[in-house]
Write a protein that binds this ligand. Structure first.
Ligand SMILES: [Zn+2]
Length: 350
């Protein structure tokens, strides 16, 4: 029995490696034009890190068939390098191959020119979109007040600003401030008096500034480059833009059945968490290839957040990382691109 990768996994491995051999000493392109003008030929191989069948190189008997066929057990190589690693498994260890993979994926990401993939969608919008440098987002309580179409438009405007290399400035307003009037006559015990209302406004304004900072960070080049794999078109930006304020509010706990810690062990060590609904738990199990959440417990084998679905990454993981970054000065560090790179983070159960 061979636990082979399915086609989707193979395609994803190829894409993530930038369609080049992951051996740093090789880097041969693995796809090129065919003699038939309408086709491309692929000479790449989705090789197994731990062998697909018993007796093979680096075989690990404790792995399940799903784990062996999972994307985390694959590495994209050219044909000759895929033979090379299997002939000499003592030299090409699991550690060596995992390092190759990590490095190749990081290089492929760096080579995706920021904004290029957004160009097609964004260019269509340039005529309808205003070129404001500043964007006002209305937030009432814990939610966006702006109609869905307005958030979409906001996402388009910010993606465009990023594409045109203009900084995005975001202001989060709390429109209900105007509606709340202090009751100072003592007639209602515990009601908002002027002092309480001032404190409440101060607290809401501070949260608004943090949400604004997180959104500005999300639409910065430093974050776009490492996250461009997940931000391919406006629907993706839209999902992210909606997820950010939610990461700051109590709303993120609604319907929660599981909590996953998300953290970095490298400096700067940062920790946050994501809360999952039942449907999201199923999604996590499907994408990680695990049978149950227990396998994500501390010590049982942490995974990387980039193994999760794109939806979960945009809706929960990235917004919560942004939240963690804005609580400190980390959002301003020059090496931010490396810090926010998802493979440098782990996910696991508390
Ligand atoms: Zn090669």
């Amino acid at each position: 029995m061979r636990d082979d990768f399915n086609q989707q996994t193979k395609d994803m491995l190829s894409k993530r490696a930038g369609a080049k051999c992951s051996n740093p000493g090789c880097r041969q392109p693995t796809s090129g034009p065919s003699s038939d003008d309408s086709k491309a030929v692929s000479i790449g191989v989705a090789a197994h890190i731990h062998a697909a069948s018993e007796g093979g190189p680096r075989y690990e008997k404790f792995m399940s068939p799903e784990q062996r066929a999972h994307i985390s057990n694959g590495i994209w190589l050219c044909q000759s390098c895929s033979k090379l690693i299997d002939v000499d498994p003592a030299r090409y260890t699991v550690g060596v191959l995992k390092n190759w993979k990590k490095q190749a994926e990081a290089e492929a990401l760096a080579q995706i020119e920021a904004g290029r993939i957004l160009q097609t969608r964004v260019t269509q919008l340039t005529e309808t979109v205003e070129h404001d440098e500043k964007l006002d987002l209305d937030i009432a309580g814990d939610y966006f007040v702006a109609a869905a179409s307005d958030i979409r438009n906001a996402a388009a405007r910010m993606a465009l600003a990023l594409h045109e290399d203009r900084p995005v400035r975001v202001l989060c307003n709390y429109p209900e401030f105007d509606k709340i009037k202090p009751i100072d006559d003592g007639s209602v015990p515990g009601a908002f008096d002027s002092v309480k209302l001032a404190a409440y406004r101060k607290e809401k304004a501070a949260k608004g500034r943090r949400i604004a900072a997180a959104i500005e960070l999300a639409f910065s080049k430093a974050c776009f480059e490492p996250w461009s794999l997940y931000l391919q078109d406006l629907d993706d930006w839209y999902l992210l833009l909606q997820g950010i304020p939610r990461a700051f509010t109590a709303d993120r706990t609604t319907g929660t059945v599981e909590k996953l810690a998300v953290w970095r062990t490298d400096e700067p060590a940062i920790q946050t968490s994501i809360r999952l609904t039942e449907a999201e738990v199923r999604d996590v199990l499907a994408t990680t290839g695990l049978a149950k959440m227990d396998y994500l417990a501390f010590g049982a084998g942490w995974r990387s957040p980039d193994e999760l679905s794109k939806n979960l990454i945009l809706d929960k993981v990235i917004p919560n990382i942004l939240r963690a970054l804005t609580t400190s000065e980390i959002g301003r560090r020059p090496e931010l691109s490396q810090i926010v790179n998802l493979p440098s983070w782990h996910i696991g159960r508390d």
